[in-house]
Design a protein. Structure first.
Length: 159
């Protein structure tokens, strides 16, 4: 059996993606998570897709209709990656030490983000180890002119 990495795995990791912090409120709970598999999926109405790893409670919240925000991370903001990259258990405070505002609908948004898109999932498809949500963009704002962070992985088999 060969121990070489198949070529498609190497090149799959080179597909660039943005870096986002998905923030969401569900009932009285709220949290945030690092999201890199986000893509625009339509113009009229404006739509995006976002992938959430199977088994994460955030996927259940999105399935239940929770409004969420995709906060665009600036290319030099490594602190947000460190803070949100570890993930949070249900009920664990996710925004300690982070400046957060709320939209009219109560969705938490990060003040240091380049901007945010406020979205509602309209459906999903299970894709192996992730659930891919299709979401309608209902609001948003550009907060500053910083360049967004772009991420390229070394492998197509892990983050």
């Amino acid at each position: 059996m060969s121990t070489e990495t198949p070529a498609h795995v190497s090149i799959l990791g080179r597909v660039p993606s943005g870096i986002f912090i998905l923030t969401v409120r569900h009932g009285e709970q709220e949290t945030g998570m690092l999201a890199s598999w986000v893509m625009q999926a339509g113009f009229e109405p404006p739509m995006v897709t976002v992938a959430v790893k199977q088994g994460r409670y955030v996927a259940d919240w999105l399935d239940a209709g929770a409004v969420f925000a995709l906060n665009v991370v600036a290319e030099d903001d490594k602190q947000l990656l460190k803070h949100f990259g570890r993930g949070f258990e249900p009920g664990q405070p996710a925004f300690e030490g982070i400046a957060v505002s709320r939209t009219e609908r109560g969705t938490p948004v990060l003040d240091v983000a380049v901007g945010h898109l406020e979205c509602v999932a309209t459906g999903h498809v299970d894709s192996g180890d992730h659930r891919v949500f299709l979401a309608r963009v209902e609001a948003g704002a550009l907060a500053n002119e910083a360049r967004p962070m772009v991420h390229v992985r070394k492998s197509g088999l892990h983050y």
